[in-house]
Design a protein around this ligand. Sequence first.
Ligand SMILES: [Zn+2]
Length: 347
Amino acid sequence: MESPLTESADLPWLTTGRTKLLQGGHKHHCLLITGPPAIGKYLLALDLANRLLCENPAEGGACGSCWACHLVSGSIHPDLHILMPETYDESDDSTLLNHAHRYLDTGQSSQKRKPSSQISVDNARLLSDALLGTSRIGGRKVALVLAADTLNRNAANAMLKVLEEPVGTTHFILVSSYPYRLPSTIHSRCVRVECQGPSSKDISTWLRARHPVQEKQLSALLLSGLGPIELDEVLQNEELKPINALITYCMGDDDEIPHGLGLAARCANIGLERALTILQSMALATVRESAKGQTPAAGRGLFQDVKFSLRAFHKLGLARERVRSAVDDQLALEDICAWMCGGHSQP
Ligand SMILES: [Zn+2]
């Protein structure tokens, strides 16, 4: 049975980056941790934040037993500030959520609308104002910004002043899977740390050690292109069935020629963002494997044609951006599914 992920040491592919980061990360006041989605970058960032606040840090990280460490693990350290969007899909870690609570809009208005996948300017200002004050405990202040690429332009501007002229000893750790979306003004103030993602074999070995998963299910999961942390949650929450259904449908294994409505229905069962990621990953697998002269694993059914897969990859990327910028989800879904299953002879 799986155990909850509490530190980056639980993730073997982060070992090298972890050692380097924990030994030298405290030397820079603003770090930008990047790498593929859902590989556990948030755990690395949390471990570094903990090491920065710890009263007796060692080479390998925080001591885990001092007062500051207890405050961090209890999600009540007043000088650890965590900012992230209301929907942060890389983790439902309770330490993270409890700490982030003070910058999430939990007022009545939020109950009437869809939770935002972006960091709002109001929340960025709240963080910025809090950091202009002195440290509550008298040591460092650490600001962790997860999914930093979801800071919109105004929110990024709201943070620039504290990034440029921090009060006291303030460390910023920004985490992003899509750093190209961040404005250059943020990039220029950060030292970038790139994390390598795991290979398919690494993911497979790790998942197998945590879940009783069958070989066939594992192959489909690896084809989904989702990161290991997300796959771990899929298995933990028993969400495998709809993902398998979408992949099987696209591969033409259902004895049914994929059509727009059928595809849209299977995507809706998964959630649009995740479904688009899976479709894009299947399209990319065909292109990559064809380029290597291999028979693509996803290259049956919908993604059998390389040229179509290449165009689908780009269109799915655009659809993901549309969804991100809050265009009507259902409309975006029907649009891309209709194109993929019929209209793709059109440019
Ligand atoms: Zn400690």
